[in-house]
Write a protein that binds this ligand. Structure first.
Ligand SMILES: [Zn+2]
Length: 137
């Protein structure tokens, strides 16, 4: 199911989380490289860490830049410099990928950071469960 919100395609996957059947929407944002990244948002308006799947209490991890020095530009997504309290990723810093890198490099970077984080947490069932928030149904 795809829902339109603010002109951006959102895929509603309706993943169950705990007791409540929270919906997670996927917002597709274009990066400077042309890569379409997926930023997930819950029905409560909270965002999901693209590395570890934690629900962030901060601003979105990535947001669109629409102007530079007061001039309108072709919008592109960039890291918000927020830090995930669960995995410690600082968006746009720890997961930074140059726009000269090929399309797909951002997702690959998140995957790499996810593997490092998984090794660090070991077999914590609670933490691994939040990775469900990053699945596509
Ligand atoms: Zn995280």
């Amino acid at each position: 199911m795809v829902k339109k919100l603010e002109g951006i395609d959102l895929t509603v996957c309706g993943l169950p989380r705990g007791e409540d059947n929270m919906e997670i929407m996927i917002r597709k944002l274009a990066m400077k490289s042309g890569e379409q990244i997926e930023i997930r948002e819950t029905s409560d308006g909270e965002h999901v860490c693209p590395v570890c799947g934690a629900i962030l209490s901060s601003d979105p991890p990535y947001a669109l830049v629409t102007e530079v020095d007061g001039k309108q530009i072709e919008p592109f997504a960039t890291g918000s410099f927020e830090i995930c309290a669960t995995c410690g990723t600082e968006f746009g810093v720890d997961d930074y990928v140059s726009s000269k890198e090929p399309v797909g490099s951002q997702s690959k970077k998140w995957q790499e950071l996810r593997e490092i984080w998984k090794r660090k947490i070991g077999n914590s069932k609670e933490l691994l469960a939040q990775l469900k928030n990053l699945e596509t149904k």
